[in-house]
Design a protein around this ligand. Structure first.
Ligand code: NAP
Length: 295
């Protein structure tokens, strides 16, 4: 599909799974006249160039954003403060700065607060991903039929918000506007808690005696396998998520804890009806996910 460029110069800061997937969409559809990529390691920017994801690379985020009308930050959230400080003086007036970080409320402090008031800050989060990282892991179809949530402040220029939304639509995503705190609560239950459970189960299995561990791997298809995929997700990214979304995660975790205690009690008491009711209710949720085309 070939489209008219939507942006003159786009700067990607970070070019891993998410950044390189979006860069692939922009290349495929000709959405930017020029793409500049900045990353931390020389090896990564060299690979971005080899993969044809950009026109120019640099190790300096400040250098990358010069004259860019769109800046897309695709790095772990723990880098935001440092990156914001570095790019702020180099940003062009009227530039749009967006990100793809998985927790939204803290971005207003870590990123937004450091940006000059002559740029537009439109935080975003594509609800799409895999357990793989780096520029080779990306693919342009990653965002198709997935949600991208945008959480701009109420007084953000609507035209800037629409330009970011249009970019994600071009990538095949569906757009939802959300309050950043609400976003963080929703994601705490839909994404952060499931990852925490997976990390815990796989850790528990890893702590078992060697014999038992071998059997767990051998017979993993009985349920464990799906948890190992989730628990293979990037450690830096997930450390940052739990640090940034601490309050919302702790809140859902205590509710989960209570529900788990109830199920524990049902098992101990041999309360089959309680378990049957619970498992019937949760089966209906799965049906809803399939009907919403998110399976
Ligand atoms: P990734 O594949 O690990 O890529 C991260 C990129 O950031 C790499 O290019 C890395 O470069 C670069 N980077 C790290 N520290 C940097 C620094 N100090 N300065 C400049 N570049 C730096 O990660 P990802 O999965 O794309 O995740 C990126 C963001 O997307 C995260 O904030 C995450 O929360 C969000 N997100 C991820 C998913 C997912 O499922 N993976 C889904 C939605 C949103 P080097 O190789 O040079 O170190």
């Amino acid at each position: 599909m070939s489209t008219r460029p939507m942006f003159a110069r786009v700067a990607f800061i970070g070019i891993g799974l998410i950044g390189s997937s979006l860069a692939r969409v922009m290349r495929r559809d000709g959405l930017a006249s020029e793409i500049v990529v900045a990353s931390r390691r020389q090896e990564t920017i060299d690979r971005a160039m080899e993969l044809g994801l950009c026109d120019r690379t640099t190790l300096s985020a400040a250098d990358a954003v010069k004259d860019a009308d769109l800046v897309i930050i695709c790095t772990p959230m723990s880098t935001y403060k440092e990156i914001a400080t570095a790019i702020a003086p180099a940003l062009m007036s009227g530039a749009i700065v967006t990100d793809v970080g998985s927790v939204k409320a803290p971005t207003f402090k870590s990123l937004g607060a450091a940006l000059p008031d002559y740029v537009h800050f439109v935080p975003g989060h594509p609800i799409a991903g895999t357990e793989h990282s780096g520029p080779d892991a990306g693919f342009p179809e990653l965002f198709e039929n997935r949600w991208t949530i945008l959480t701009p402040a109420a007084d953000t220029d609507p035209e800037a918000v629409e330009r970011v939304a249009a970019l994600w639509r071009q990538a095949g995503a569906k757009i939802e506007m959300m309050d950043p705190h609400h976003h963080d609560q929703v994601l705490a239950i839909t994404s952060h808690l499931p990852h925490l459970i997976a990390y815990t189960i796989v850790g528990t299995a890893d702590d078992l005696g060697e014999d038992l561990k071998q059997e767990v791997i051998k017979f993993s298809a009985s349920g464990f396998r799906d948890f190992t995929r989730i628990a293979a997700s990037d450690p830096t990214m997930w450390r940052d998520i739990f640090l940034e979304n601490r309050d919302a995660v702790l809140e859902v975790l205590s509710r989960f804890d209570e529900d788990l205690t109830e199920l524990k009690r049902a098992i101990r008491r041999g309360d089959g009806d309680k378990m049957f009711d619970q498992f019937t209710r949760t089966r209906a949720i799965r049906r809803g996910v399939i009907d919403a085309d998110q399976a």
